[in-house]
Design a protein around this ligand. Structure first.
Ligand SMILES: [Zn+2]
Length: 345
């Protein structure tokens, strides 16, 4: 009898705990992930955390990068060729994890994601955001082999970064709506399990009355939500569950106003209020209130944008990712203006 199912690449090990930086090797070994020669990718500001991780290994090598640009990926590849590590450990924020994931995929090495901040859903996703000379692009990579989140380390991350992580998570509501719209209109593949994971995590965050970024039990919800978002992308085989029109608007803003750019997660959450109104999403006003109540970027005015700038962004957005069908394809200027007024007053 045939058995129907699908196989998905998932991390072998996921741990979200109080303090685990000095136990990384121990935790990996418990799951039969036996490594002796890790290359630890990190940044100067968090070097002490990388040192803590390295202490548990026999022959560790630490390399600091400065950003998520393509030359930094090439630099890591050179170090890999020289040091010949058996695993890559990314100890740091989103940019470190992205460079580790990309270099690890290109050199066919397992990657362990050890985030020290939670600014976006890249901690356990098959996507890396890399800055190329022509602009920033999301590239497909292998899913991390393990994801180890040290909540103690996360509490010392800048609040602004954690707020951005909250924003990226809430934007899944708008993203999954667009995915369903695309499925209905263009018959694009839609995966209900992936959409559910992304959506449930977002609503759990939205339902938290007030976010408390110094409380480890709250940070655990955030870490779990971002991790499940990454896994949703793995199941879907695309970034669809976590990236719709609100992400296109954010990419357009990045391209048109490069000097005004702030954190990705803050931007997408602000744009998601507008796209949620366009989609007739029932939680649109709750999203707007959530951003205001928790002092996230809530309106275009907060980043110095007027209505004319906003119109320019809406017009430019679809071209930032041709082929990604969203609500923006179905609305005109009158609809946009109405949604803008509702979203931002
Ligand atoms: Zn995002």
């Amino acid at each position: 009898m045939p058995i129907f199912g699908s196989s998905v690449s998932l991390p072998i090990l996921v741990r979200i705990e109080g303090n685990l930086l000095d136990r990384v090797n121990e935790l990996l070994r418990e799951s039969n992930l036996l490594f002796t020669k890790p290359l630890i990718v990190t940044m100067k500001e968090i070097r002490s955390m990388a040192d803590e991780v390295s202490a548990g290994f026999k022959e560790p090598h630490i390399h600091e990068i400065t950003d998520n640009s393509y030359p930094q990926v090439e630099e890591i590849e050179e170090v890999i060729d020289e040091v010949r590590p058996d695993v890559l450990l990314g100890v740091g924020g989103g940019r470190v994890i992205d460079v580790a994931k990309f270099a690890g995929s290109r050199r066919i090495l397992p990657v362990v994601s050890i985030p020290t901040s939670l600014s976006n859903d890249g901690i356990s996703s098959p996507v890396a955001v890399i800055r190329f000379r022509k602009g920033t692009r999301s590239v497909g990579v292998n899913m991390p082999t393990a994801v180890l989140v040290d909540l103690g380390a996360i509490t010392s991350a800048p609040l602004k970064n954690l707020k951005a992580g909250v924003g990226d998570l809430v934007s899944n509501i708008s993203a999954t709506n667009d995915w369903l719209i695309a499925y209905r209109k263009t018959h694009e593949h839609y995966d209900t399990v992936a959409a559910l994971l992304a959506r449930k995590s977002a609503f759990e965050m939205l339902d938290a009355r007030r976010i408390n970024l110094t409380d480890t039990s709250f940070l655990k919800i955030l870490a779990e939500g971002l991790m499940l978002s990454g896994i949703a992308m793995g199941i879907a085989g695309t970034s669809r569950p976590c990236s719709g029109s609100e992400h296109l608007l954010s990419h357009a803003y990045d391209e048109l106003y490069p000097d005004k750019v702030t954190l990705h997660g803050e931007q997408v959450a602000m744009f998601a209020v507008f796209t949620s109104y366009l989609q007739d999403e029932p939680s649109a006003s709750a999203q707007a209130e959530f951003l205001k109540r928790n002092e996230l970027i809530a309106t275009p005015k907060d980043i110095g944008l007027g209505f004319e700038d906003f119109k320019r962004i809406v017009k430019h957005a679809p071209s930032t990712r041709p082929g990604r069908y969203t609500i923006l394809e179905e609305v005109d200027e009158v609809d946009s203006e109405k949604a803008f007024r509702k979203a931002y007053g």
